[in-house]
Design a protein around this ligand. Structure first.
Ligand code: ADE
Length: 241
């Protein structure tokens, strides 16, 4: 279905400022360690890397997951950090039907809100916000090769689980992974015209019987470790192009 509502600017060469958006603190910690960030900042080659995180909910102390806080935090961070590139890393549900397994990695080619249903021409496309990410096909393949990742659609919604209608849609679109932030980040980057790339690690298989939250909890540390192992390689490739 490549009729994007949005296309993002191309990947920059030698970006000076890179904003790394990670929704959960426990996802960010191993990645920050692997990148030797201190207080959420560090350097890689000639690039400055800065972590962007939506923080924790005051009532529950839980990470502010989901598209609303992602869009809010990224909009503020873009205004202050003025990045040349936004990189999103985090966990996601994967699809066994597309050959994905626990701890596998996916580089997003495109993203959309899979739970947006508006039966009005135009508004439907706005709500779905189908966005092609910045790397072109050859760049996606080359970047994915360096970290043994797959390339494809990463779809976003507000829920960890999936309805049967959504499962049918995921299969129809050959979706590789689903998360809760990427389409919101892409809509912000499209509006602000900032390039965006995303790497997801699979904690649960959405089209298998086990409830997503149980697999997510069991596999979270392993998959976060896999993301942290891949992060320096991917970022080095992005900052020295
Ligand atoms: N993050 C990790 N697993 C997920 C899932 N199944 N859906 C959305 N976000 C996720």
């Amino acid at each position: 279905m490549p009729d994007w509502s949005h296309e993002l600017p191309p990947l920059p060469t030698n970006p000076a400022r890179v904003l790394l958006f990670i929704a959960m603190e426990s996802e960010a910690t191993p990645i920050a360690q692997a990148l030797r960030l201190h207080a959420g900042r560090g350097r890689l080659g000639s690039a400055q890397i800065e972590l962007c995180n939506p923080g924790r909910d005051t009532a529950t102390s839980c990470d502010r997951i989901g598209p609303v806080y992602a869009a809010w935090a990224l909009t503020r961070a873009i205004a202050t950090a003025k990045p040349d590139l936004v990189v999103n890393m985090g966990t996601a549900g994967g699809f066994a039907a597309q050959g994905l397994d626990i701890a596998d990695l996916v580089v997003a080619r495109d993203t959309m809100f899979h739970d947006a249903r508006v039966a009005l021409a135009g508004f439907d496309a706005v709500a779905r916000a189908h966005t092609r990410l910045s790397p072109h096909d050859a760049e996606l393949d080359a970047l994915a090769d360096t970290i043994s990742a797959r390339v494809g659609l990463v779809s976003s919604g507000s829920s960890l689980d999936a309805t049967s209608d959504e499962l049918a849609q995921f299969a129809h679109l050959r979706t590789l992974a689903k998360d809760m932030e990427l389409a919101a980040l892409a809509a912000v980057c499209a509006t602000e015209q900032v390039p965006l790339i995303a790497l997801k690690g699979v904690t649960d298989l959405v089209d298998r019987h086990e409830p997503a939250h149980e697999a997510f909890v069991r596999n979270f540390a392993r998959t976060s470790g896999r993301l942290a192992d891949a992060a320096p390689t991917l970022l080095r490739a992005l900052v020295s192009r």
